[in-house]
Every structure is written in structure tokens, then in C-alpha cells.
Design a protein around this ligand. Structure first.
Ligand code: HEC
Length: 180
């Protein structure tokens, strides 16, 4: 009987000791006693599921970007080699080589710096023809806005393709500048 008591007490003490060591270790490692007390901020899986993060990746996917993009900084970073690759998006309607024919859209050789509606050989919408008569030119800034949303820049234009990403517009403009 005495022996049984001793075994019992030793067992209880050992269990307590184990519990103390276990929870102290867990607390030292995590700052929490129980796993359920972990906050979102420290758990990458939960953090990825918070609404803010989900919204941010949504707007990334749709290509909508922050409004506070500095146009001159973005334009200065334009890379003609990347722009040439992106110009594949335009080739259904445009040619880029000197003297190449117009398609659905006008040939784009030497367009930067020239007048809006820069070719006599193309039949432009009245939207662009009016800008031509007003003496407006294809500055880099005008191209930047036109390519972002042609119909905002010139309501009624027949050009429809929007390039939403400011860096892509800068690369395209850097490429168009080389065509002269
Ligand atoms: C679906 C056909 C189509 C696609 C794709 C297209 N464009 Fe156009 N683009 C046009 C048409 C049509 C016009 C003439 C618009 C008008 O007369 O209103 C035009 C006009 C332009 C002009 C003005 C030219 C001038 O002489 O004033 C520029 C610059 C231009 N496009 C650049 C581009 C670039 C860069 C791309 C590719 C990122 C592109 N376009 C993709 C059809 C297209």
C-alpha cells in the first residue's frame, strides 16, 4: 500500500513537471500558452486571407493601379526593347516600319512628336481629326494618356485598346520614339 502511494505521487509529480516544462517551453517559443491564441498578424496563412490582402490582389489582377503614379518618373524608365515586345498587342491594327501600309489603324512610324492624326494617307475619326486641326501633337504625355484610355483622351476615337499598366505605356512610348 505504501509503495502504491509512492508510485501514485511520483506519477502525479512527473505529470505536473512535464506540463510545466511543456507549457513553459511553448510560452517561451511563441509568447502564447495555447496554439489557438496565435494572432492573424503572425500567421502567414491567416494573414493571406484577410480582406485587405484579398482586395489588393484583386486590383492587381484587373490591372487597376494606384492613382499616385508619377508620369515623368514612369516615362523616364521606359525600355524600348520591352516596348517592342508589347507592341505585338498592336500589330492586329498597326504596322511600325517606315513606309509600311496602314491597316485598321495608321502606320506608326515617326508618330512621336508629330501631329495627332499624323498621316494624310489614313482616314481618321473626327475625334482625332479635330485634335489635328487644333494643332495638338503626340507628346509623350498625350500618348501616355491616349494609350491608357483612348476614348477618355479623344471621345469618339476608333482606337479601342487600353494599356492599363503605366510601365507598359512607358515601354511602348520608348519604343515608338526609336521609330524615326
Ligand atoms: C483594334 C485595332 C487597334 C489596336 C489593337 C490598336 N490600335 Fe491604335 N489605332 C487604331 C485606330 C483605328 C486608330 C485611328 C483612331 C481614330 O482615327 O480615331 C488608331 C490610332 C492610334 C494612334 C494615333 C496615330 C496617329 O496617327 O495620330 C496611336 C499612337 C496608336 N493608335 C497607338 C497604338 C498602340 C501603341 C497600340 C498597341 C498598344 C494600338 N494602337 C493598338 C486601332 C488600333
Amino acid at each position: 500500500m505504501k509503495n502504491l502511494m509512492r508510485v501514485f505521487i511520483v506519477t502525479v509529480l512527473a505529470a505536473d513537471l512535464f506540463a510545466i516544462v511543456y507549457f513553459t517551453g511553448h510560452y517561451v517559443n511563441t509568447g502564447h500558452f495555447l496554439p489557438a491564441q496565435h494572432g492573424n498578424e503572425t500567421n502567414p496563412v491567416l494573414a493571406a486571407l484577410t480582406p485587405e490582402t484579398a482586395e489588393a490582389s484583386d486590383s492587381d489582377a484587373s490591372g487597376v493601379e494606384a492613382k499616385n503614379v508619377d508620369m515623368s518618373v514612369v516615362l523616364a524608365a521606359g525600355d524600348p526593347t520591352l516596348g517592342q515586345k508589347i507592341s505585338n498587342k498592336c500589330k492586329a491594327c498597326h504596322t511600325f516600319d517606315s513606309g509600311a501600309p496602314n491597316k485598321t489603324g495608321p502606320n506608326l512610324w515617326n508618330v512621336v512628336g508629330g501631329p495627332i492624326a499624323h498621316l494624310d494617307s489614313f482616314s481618321y475619326s473626327s475625334a482625332l481629326a479635330k485634335r489635328h486641326e487644333a494643332g495638338d501633337t503626340w507628346t509623350e504625355e498625350n500618348l501616355y494618356h491616349f494609350l491608357e484610355n483612348p476614348k477618355d483622351f479623344a471621345p469618339g476615337t476608333k482606337m479601342v485598346l487600353k494599356i492599363r499598366k503605366s510601365e507598359e505605356r512607358a515601354h511602348l512610348i520608348a519604343y515608338l520614339k526609336t521609330l524615326k
